[in-house]
Design a protein around this ligand. Structure first.
Ligand code: HEM
Length: 479
């Protein structure tokens, strides 16, 4: 009996699928890696976890079950060891190229330092921005004064708040936005702490774009078609604000906008705006959430003694420089370790020759990554009791070098966080001022959950509220 054409096609398709399944299960290089069996065939389960904001926890549980190397899908692997961090993010300086995932961070249709995928182009872009973020630039009195002014505005606002409970989530995100925009756009930075640009912070930080972003990443062509067909414009108010600020001709000479406009690279206006918008986005929720998670921890009764020790260090070292306060530094690092604002995978693409990572041969173009959440918790030889908030660990001079090399909150290598010095100074200035004057406690009316709620790469407190009360330090006296 002669077969119909459709039957032949169906049989060929079936054989093809079967062949692929057999290949993936037995011969494919990733089949030798630890991981659940279903990840050999499809990443549908991983996608489901992404869309339901469970990717980080899912990967973490897999690492606990399978160890430091885990296959996540037919073309994706996650790692937790220092060796893997060094290979993926630091080999050759900047590590491997970024994956298409970073197309999500293209601004105004323009690629920026953050969204540039290839190493060579990134190196060129970075030359023009690195100077603005060097420690010496951030420690410049003009920049420090600008940050200090915003710390004062933050405290003023807390003191003037009528209710006894203050929503730190709101003010900390305003603080982070005002500081970052000051650095990028001065004198056209935002004034959200005072309430003027509060809507920009709210639009940016409260929006839930997780599924839109993931949809654009997983099905870019379909997303583009839908956006075109329905003529959707995703230009936010904050995006328009940055565009307008970059059109001004009176940018302060310490601002990134000024430096880019006056560099010999002759950047167009849209490129300057795209770069600034990206940095602003990189600096709001990260610093705001890092401070929020940390201050919340310090305000829990179980951590009162940490708060007391911080207050003691600050009160007896009033004239010390910002970087000469070891306990303050320890508290911030432990906050970043336990609650990394970017706790999820930072995906990279294995180079065309393939590589050995953590003892496994990984073929070209495999997506590989580490996630800070697991790196920080699943290396007990470096971070003993990794799931506990213990700032004292950073005071142990013998282990601090190893801990620093595994602290992945700012990423690692040439593509790690450009704004880390700015973020550290913002956090140090705010915490020094706050805990020189006040103790913080959880307000009785605080019912919101501070559990991590993941976005595409970052996280935030689930209920986006953190109600605290302030008690003047001198009233209680030194402990
Ligand atoms: C606590 C605060 C912050 C944390 C935890 C943080 C974390 C990170 C991480 C993990 C990356 C690498 C992401 C990846 O490769 O996928 C990154 C990149 C970056 N961050 Fe931050 N960040 C913070 C604050 C800031 C601030 C305040 C700015 C600037 C205003 C900034 C600007 C950038 C830029 C421009 C990049 C891209 C670097 C490149 O690709 O060369 N960040 N950040």
């Amino acid at each position: 009996m002669a077969l119909q054409l459709w039957e032949i096609c169906l049989a060929a398709f079936g054989c093809g699928w079967l062949g692929l399944f057999v290949y993936r299960a037995t011969f494919a290089p990733l089949s030798k890696l630890p991981g659940p069996w279903y990840t050999l065939f499809s990443d549908v389960f991983l996608m489901y976890k992404e869309f339901t904001a469970q990717r980080r926890v899912y990967i973490h549980e897999l690492h606990k079950r399978f160890g430091p190397v885990v296959r996540l899908g037919p073309n994706e692997v996650s790692f937790t060891s220092l060796e893997a961090v060094k290979e993926i993010y630091q080999s050759g300086g900047s590590g491997y190229d970024k994956t298409e995932f970073y197309n999500l961070f293209i601004q105004y249709g323009t690629r920026t330092t953050f969204s540039t995928l290839r190493k060579r182009e990134h190196d060129q872009m970075k030359r023009y921005i690195a100077g603005s973020y060097a420690n010496t630039s951030i420690m410049h009195p003009e920049v420090l004064d600008g940050i200090q002014e915003r710390v004062k505005a933050f405290l003023r606002q807390c003191e003037e708040a009528r209710k006894p409970a203050i929503d730190f989530y709101v003010y900390l995100h305003c603080f982070a936005m005002d500081c970052a925009s000051f650095h990028l756009l001065h004198p056209h930075g935002t004034k959200s702490i005072e309430g003027k640009d509060l809507n920009l912070m709210q639009e940016y930080s409260y929006g839930d774009t997780l599924r839109t972003k993931l949809f654009r990443y997983r099905w870019p062509a379909l997303a583009r078609w839908l956006e075109k067909t329905f003529q959707q414009k995703f230009e936010s108010h904050i995006g328009q604000y940055v565009l307008r600020a970059c059109e001004q001709t009176d940018s302060g000479d310490h601002s990134l906008a000024y430096k880019l406009k006056n560099s010999n690279a002759k950047f167009g206006q849209i490129q300057v705006a795209a770069e600034c918008m990206n940095h602003l986005a990189a600096g709001i929720d990260t610093t705001g959430d890092a401070l929020c998670f940390l201050i919340y921890q310090l305000s829990l009764p179980k951590n009162y003694q940490v708060q007391d020790q911080l207050i003691a260090e600050l009160s007896s070292n009033k004239d010390k420089a910002l970087n000469d306060l070891p306990y303050l530094e320890a508290v911030i690092k432990e906050g970043l370790r336990c609650f990394p604002p970017i706790p999820m995978s930072q995906p990279r693409c294995v180079p065309s020759t393939g590589r050995i990572i953590d003892g496994y041969s990984i073929p070209a173009r495999t997506i590989v990554s580490c996630q800070a959440w697991s790196v920080h918790q699943l290396n007990p030889d470096v971070f003993d009791q990794g799931d506990k908030f213990l700032p004292e660990r950073w005071l142990d001079s013998k282990s601090v070098l190893r801990m620093n090399s595994l602290l992945f909150s700012f990423g690692a290598g040439g593509r790690s966080c450009t704004g880390r010095h700015l973020a550290m100074v913002e956090m140090k200035c705010l915490l020094r001022e706050l805990y020189s004057l006040y103790r913080t406690k959880i307000a009785p009316e605080m019912k919101g959950s501070m559990e991590l709620y993941d976005q595409a790469i970052s996280t935030r407190p689930l209920d986006q509220t953190c109600l605290l009360i302030l008690e003047p330090v001198q009233k209680l006296g030194p402990k």
